[in-house]
Design a protein around this ligand. Structure first.
Ligand code: HEC
Ligand code: HEC
Length: 173
């Protein structure tokens, strides 16, 4: 795994853990008031009831990153009709939300330790068995997400790799 991939994985995992459905505590990012519940603002909420409405959009973004898909993977092709249940993936996702919620409640004492990303790792269908074949794993769709992240800042050209390593070792103390 390259440094970029690793960093993105850490970022995505952190984002997922921060957003997952139990005990969400985040600063508001969307327009809705934090007092409003998801079911008060949106039309067809069956499992995210009681969650803060302004957390819906970040939760959806987390689903995208965790599965490596776009909104239309679960939602109707008409982007103005997110309330419709026209695709089986949306129904499956509801079941997955409930499963993750239950795992975190029963096994992790209510802490958001397991997220969609724990299993999916950027793939719509998770790899369920360890890779013992030495064959390359099928690519994760979410690698597009990794590629979309800004590159790390460039190393100044007047610094040699050896100097960077010396500095790194020195900073470790
Ligand atoms: C992995 C599947 C999945 C993906 C990907 C996804 N969603 Fe959702 N979305 C859901 C599910 C499931 C619900 C319903 C939750 C419930 O019933 O409590 C939902 C509900 C919504 C709602 C509320 C609609 C209403 O009025 O009832 C909006 C808005 C929404 N999603 C927007 C988005 C956007 C925008 C994206 C892309 C950034 C997105 N979603 C990506 C699964 C998904
Ligand atoms: C414990 C592991 C696990 C977790 C956690 C998990 N999933 Fe899944 N998910 C699976 C497995 C395994 C499949 C494939 C099932 C199959 O092949 O029939 C799957 C399939 C799906 C599918 C259907 C994909 C398709 O097109 O067939 C969706 C949508 C989905 N998951 C959404 C989610 C969402 C959203 C979350 C987080 C709320 C989540 N999953 C968390 C294991 C998990």
């Amino acid at each position: 795994m390259g440094a970029g991939t690793k960093r993105a994985t850490v970022l995505m995992t952190a984002a997922c853990l921060a957003l997952v459905l139990a005990g969400i505590q985040q600063t508001p990012v969307a327009a809705q008031s934090s007092d409003q519940k998801t079911e008060e603002v949106f039309k067809n909420i069956k499992v995210l009831n009681g969650q803060r409405a302004d957390m819906l959009n970040p939760t959806m973004t987390m689903f995208e990153a965790a599965l490596g898909v776009g909104c239309g993977y679960c939602h109707d092709n008409d982007g103005n009709k997110r309330e419709l249940d026209t695709k089986p993936q949306k129904t499956i996702a509801r079941g997955m939300i409930q499963m993750v919620d239950t795992i975190n409640k029963t096994t992790f004492r209510g802490q958001a330790k397991v997220s969609c990303f724990t299993c999916h790792q950027g793939r719509n269908i998770p790899i369920g068995v360890p890779n013992v074949t030495n064959n390359a794993l099928p690519p994760a769709l979410g690698e597009d997400f990794v590629a979309s992240l800004p590159p790390p800042p460039p190393v100044p050209s007047n610094v040699t790799p050896a100097q960077v390593i010396d500095k790194y070792i020195a900073s470790l103390g």
